[in-house]
Design a protein around this ligand. Structure first.
Ligand code: NAD
Length: 264
């Protein structure tokens, strides 16, 4: 493709994508509300933008062939922050995509859409959402927007419910939720290379022995995650005592997010 837009390019996954997805497009258009060091390199455009700014997002999306949408508030925060980036921002993004030829969207949704399910349940993508906070609610909104724009206009989106994408799992819950950086990059490649996409929900999780999610929809785009959190089990169990059985991180799929207050 000619131009791939990465929103949230200054964040954790955005930096990873910037470093490793240059081969996917002639030009990476990198956007964030915050800092995006270093300055634009060859085959890069750096375009600062607040997702909540309708006119700016309209301009941002022009001439893009695909969008890796990683931008937004990624944890529990006061409602006005979440509303600007994850509600108004998502509306702005989908309206801009509609106006500019409907480039395919990789939408980074989250396991916090279902965080209040207990860890003894195995979920499919058909199970109703059960968000564990305002952040989770905002991701449910994003999933609903993608579904609406697919049904009404044919806009394609991969709704990737990311578990925990870090270099390696850092706590016991992540034995089930870990998504390795390599599997994340392979997942983005599969989303943008799939001949047809539609609007599937796909769990963004590695091939971990432990898990709560039926990952069969990954096959729709030919993605086979290869890494396994078991590699780190001994290290994690040695470093961290097992939390009590009734602690949020032992009980709920969303872990500690279920214990967060409504931030003011
Ligand atoms: N990393 C994970 O394990 C994980 C898990 C589940 C979901 N996700 C989702 O994946 C995406 C990327 O995650 P991350 O870990 O890189 O998060 P991050 O917080 O590191 O990056 C998000 C980026 O979005 C930017 N942003 C915030 N508000 C904005 C606004 N109004 N306009 C434009 N940009 C704005 C931030 O400046 C930040 O650089 C997020 O949407 C997050 O919700 C990540």
């Amino acid at each position: 493709m000619k131009r791939l837009l990465i929103t949230g390019a200054g964040g954790n996954l955005g930096k990873l994508a910037r470093a490793r997805l240059g081969h996917m497009a002639d030009i990476l258009r990198l956007s964030d509300i915050g800092e995006m060091a270093p300055a634009a390199g060859p085959h890069e455009e750096v375009v600062p933008c607040d997702l909540g700014d309708e006119a700016a997002v309209m301009e941002l999306v022009a001439d893009c062939d695909a969008i890796l949408h990683l931008g937004g508030v990624s944890v529990e925060r006061p409602w006005k922050d979440i509303q600007n980036a994850n509600i108004t921002g998502v509306y702005n993004l989908y309206e801009a995509a509609r106006a500019h030829g409907m480039p395919r969207i990789f939408f980074a949704t989250s396991n916090h859409t279902i965080g209040y399910y207990t860890q003894d349940k195995v979920l499919t993508v058909q199970d109703p959402v059960k968000p564990d906070g305002l952040y989770g609610v905002s991701k449910c909104f994003g999933e609903a927007m993608a579904s609406l724009y697919h049904s009404k206009f044919g806009q394609e989106t991969a709704l990737i419910r990311i578990g925990s994408c870090f270099e390696k799992p850092v706590d016991r819950r992540m034995m089930a939720t870990w998504l390795s950086p390599d599997d994340f990059i392979r997942l983005v490649e599969c989303v943008f290379r799939a001949p047809m996409l539609g609007c599937p929900v796909i769990w963004g999780v590695s091939n971990n022995d432990e898990g709560w999610w039926d990952t069969s929809t990954a096959r729709l785009i030919g993605w086979r995650p290869q890494d396994n959190s078991e590699t780190y089990r001994a290290e994690i169990e040695a470093a961290q005592p097992c939390p009590p059985a009734d602690a949020p991180e032992s009980r709920y799929q969303g872990g500690k997010f279920t214990a967060e207050p409504i931030h003011k």
